[in-house]
Design a protein around this ligand. Structure first.
Ligand SMILES: Cc1cc2nc3c(=O)[nH]c(=O)nc-3n(C[C@H](O)[C@H](O)[C@H](O)COP(=O)(O)OP(=O)(O)OC[C@H]3O[C@@H](n4cnc5c(N)ncnc54)[C@H](O)[C@@H]3O)c2cc1C
Length: 488
């Protein structure tokens, strides 16, 4: 619990009363993310700039309360959850585009801007910010930077990290630093920008971001290939890449997802290209996009069509106009929420394997689903080997939950054996904390803890995330549990 004095001090820092929330009804709105786990903060503040955040962090060090940065709260690993209470810093008010430099192909933005809004603005100028987490309509650039978010276009364009040139960051102890440059090159000192990107809000609070932009591709073509054998679809992914075409998107969607999204989107999708009206025996589909020079993508889409049909596709559909493209993407973005039709709770893993191991990974996951009698739905950014494995359960069924937990461990073991990684984009947060030692050596984890301890000696910034620390002792865990239970 924060004392009344601390609340008063916080109010002095952020100004008017509506820049701070303390009532339970308000706090509940900031107590959960997409993991659906809930931890009540003691206060939520809405600072307007780095200086205010700096003052809050200095005060937190002095008083010893935790501070947790939050974007839109769409994270899938619990990163924005105040597991030990304290103050949530919402970056909502810091949502401006400060500069778009069309000559030098850069933009400077505040962290709270919604990714899709930034993309729409730069596209008006013929520019392109490619990272496109499927949550782009609501997640923020700050959250994307903290999680190093990726998306369907990562197969061709890379992830958030590849577009961050520099940052303004408030360190856990309150100092404000600038990392990187506004130039395309810059190697002065350690690369703190790369250290901060993907640090899940544990090493600093990002208050400004310098982004690299590229020219908007001239044209895009969107296609759908329907397979009656999941393995054929998975094998086609690497066959397309081996033909030396790098699609801007290469998404895999399995039978369970197809069914859910068909039921979920009852309205308005045209039958000729939508994922409605698919053959009854459709086992998997690939959603493929190529972009660039108009003539080149004509040729590329013809080659992709041939590869798909040669490799067992039963149907191949080409979106004929922008409206159809939009509807296909609407269907793709609806997969995640639609899965709730299978079961109320979702354990969502985002494993990555080398592209040519996708068929083995998906077959392996299906075997694990059978072994533990679970419903698992797979979809994802197969072009870069990233598969979202969704174990659909009812958490109130303790037996099912226990089987799901065993399945998760086996899926991670399989992933690592195939040369992959247990998280491609969602981060560790609290969800994957128990598993990181399956992938990282004790020395690597120790090096990370040392970095954390140097930057945040009092452990006030986003504590209880990524790895267990000395502070994460029994007392802390007890407090965390109590806070979660106090929610209801
Ligand atoms: C339907 C759906 C689809 C999704 N699809 C994708 C996808 O395709 N690819 C993908 O990568 N992710 C995806 N996600 C996950 C999520 O949207 C991303 O992780 C996103 O980057 C989180 O952004 P946010 O603004 O919601 O951040 P939050 O969830 O609020 O926070 C995420 C983490 O970032 C930290 N943080 C937030 N802002 C700052 C800041 N300014 N400075 C420092 N730390 C900060 C938080 O402390 C937390 O640790 C999806 C989520 C949903 C619900």
């Amino acid at each position: 619990m924060l004392s009344q004095n601390i609340i008063k001090e916080l109010t002095n820092i952020v100004g008017k009363d509506n820049n701070i929330l303390t009532s339970k009804e308000d706090l509940i709105c900031y107590s959960y993310d997409a993991t659906n786990q809930k931890f009540l903060p003691d206060a939520v503040v809405f600072p307007k700039d780095a200086q205010e955040i700096s003052l809050i962090l200095k005060m937190a060090n002095f008083e010893g309360f935790p501070v947790v940065p939050r974007g839109a709260g769409s994270g899938f690993s619990g990163g924005s959850l105040p597991v030990n209470g304290g103050v949530v810093i919402s970056l909502e008010r810091m949502n401006k585009i400060l500069k778009i430099d069309a000559d030098n192909l850069t933009a400077v933005v505040e962290p709270g801007i919604v990714t899709g809004d930034l993309q729409a603005e730069v596209e008006k100028l013929g520019l392109f910010y490619p990272p496109d987490p499927t949550s782009l309509k609501f997640s923020t650039i700050g959250g994307n930077v903290a999680e190093n978010a990726g998306g369907p276009r990562a197969v061709k364009y890379g992830v958030t990290r590849d577009y961050v040139l520099g940052l303004e960051v408030v360190l856990p102890t309150g100092e404000i630093i600038n990392t990187g440059t506004e130039t395309m090159k810059g190697v002065v000192g350690y690369d703190l920008t790369k250290l901060m990107v993907g640090s899940e809000g544990t090493l600093g609070i990002v208050t400004k971001i310098i982004l690299k932009l590229i020219p908007l591709p001239e044209a895009v073509k969107t296609m759908l290939a329907v397979f009656v054998d999941m393995r054929d679809a998975a094998e086609t992914v690497s066959k397309i890449i081996c033909s030396r075409i790098i699609p801007s998107t290469l998404e895999f969607i399995d039978r369970n997802c197809i069914k859910c999204v068909e039921d979920y989107l009852q309205i308005g999708l045209p039958l000729n290209v939508s994922i409605r009206g698919l053959p009854k025996d459709a086992d998997a589909i690939l959603l493929i996009e190529v972009d660039g020079d108009k003539d080149l993508i004509e040729k590329e889409s013809a080659t992709i069509q041939r590869i798909c049909l040669d490799n067992g596709a039963k149907e191949f559909r080409l979106a004929k106009d922008k409206k159809e493209v939009k509807e296909l993407w609407k269907a793709r973005r609806a997969i995640s929420p639609s899965l709730k039709k299978l079961n109320p709770d979702k354990i969502n893993e985002d494993i990555v394997v080398p592209r040519n191991k996708i068929p083995d990974a998906i077959t392996g996951v299906q075997d694990i689903a059978k072994k533990y009698e679970l419903t698992i739905a797979n979809f994802g950014h197969a072009g870069d080997g990233n598969i979202h494995v969704n174990i659909m359960i009812d958490k109130s069924n303790k037996d099912e939950l226990a089987r799901a937990e065993k399945a998760v461990k086996e899926i991670f073991k399989l992933t690592i054996e195939l040369g992959g990684t247990i998280s491609g984009e969602h981060g560790i947060g609290i969800s994957k904390m128990p598993y990181i030692s399956m992938e990282l050596s004790p020395a690597a984890i120790d090096a990370m803890k040392k970095i954390k301890n140097v930057l945040d000696p009092k452990g006030i910034l986003n504590p209880g995330k990524i790895f267990y620390t000395e502070r994460h002792n029994e007392a802390d865990q007890g407090a965390t549990k109590a806070r979660s239970e106090a929610y209801v």
